[in-house]
Design a protein around this ligand. Structure first.
Ligand SMILES: [Zn+2]
Ligand SMILES: [Zn+2]
Ligand SMILES: [Zn+2]
Length: 95
């Protein structure tokens, strides 16, 4: 380790010190949700891949004459980069 690093005077290249490899939580080089240099992740700019995991039909009887038919689709989102997963329900209207 260089003397400068011992004195906490690092030579930062973005988030990582060129001399000792120490990482700081600043100035990351973001590629989507992942830092190219230290591979830390952030909760934005994910590369979502979607998959339908279930669907069900629901009838809306409050619509007056006849029924409205809804299809409720449950989607799973998986980030291709960091593996984060989320689930969302969405309504698809059908006649
Ligand atoms: Zn250093
Ligand atoms: Zn970083
Ligand atoms: Zn991600």
């Amino acid at each position: 380790m260089s003397v400068r690093c011992v004195l906490h005077i690092h030579r930062w290249n973005g988030c990582r010190c060129l001399d000792c490899g120490k990482v700081r939580d600043k100035k990351h080089t973001w590629d989507g949700c992942t830092c190219l240099i230290c591979h830390v992740t952030r909760d934005s700019d994910h590369m979502w891949e979607t998959r339908v995991i279930s669907r069900r039909e629901e009838l809306d009887k409050s619509a007056g004459y006849g029924f409205r038919r809804w299809e409720v689709v449950v989607l799973e989102y998986t980030c291709k980069k960091c593996g984060k997963r989320e689930q969302h329900e969405g309504d698809v209207e059908r006649d």
